[in-house]
Write a protein of this length. Structure first.
Length: 108
């Protein structure tokens, strides 16, 4: 899956199954909620917090997919070509950070 196709898939899903996109502010709030669900799983499953019995069945992949879905919605409704933006960002990070992390003693 590439990002451009994912944006198209989300747009087609909205047209077929949704009435319309939620407005940008609603989607931003929804994104925050979904990221919070990811954070809860990470904090309890991989962090120092104990995992509640009710959280043990939560699927991290599903929650990450929820985050992606809302990000793709926001990109679509604001006219962002996320594939181009991601490619540009990866190129920038590659140039900027090529040697940066290799010298980080904390990562050894």
């Amino acid at each position: 899956m590439d990002i451009k196709n994912a944006q198209t898939d989300v747009d087609n899903w909205i047209k077929a199954h949704g009435v319309r996109y939620f407005n940008e502010l609603t989607n931003m709030a929804q994104l925050t909620e979904e990221v919070g669900e990811v954070a809860r799983i990470i904090a309890r499953r991989y962090g120092e917090q104990s995992e509640k019995e009710s959280d043990k069945d939560k699927d991290l992949g599903e929650e990450l997919a929820d985050v992606m879905f809302v990000v793709l919605c926001l990109a679509n409704q604001t006219g962002v070509d996320l594939q181009a933006a991601f490619d540009k960002k990866l190129e920038l990070k590659t140039k900027r950070d090529h040697d940066r992390h290799h010298g980080n003693e904390k990562l050894r």
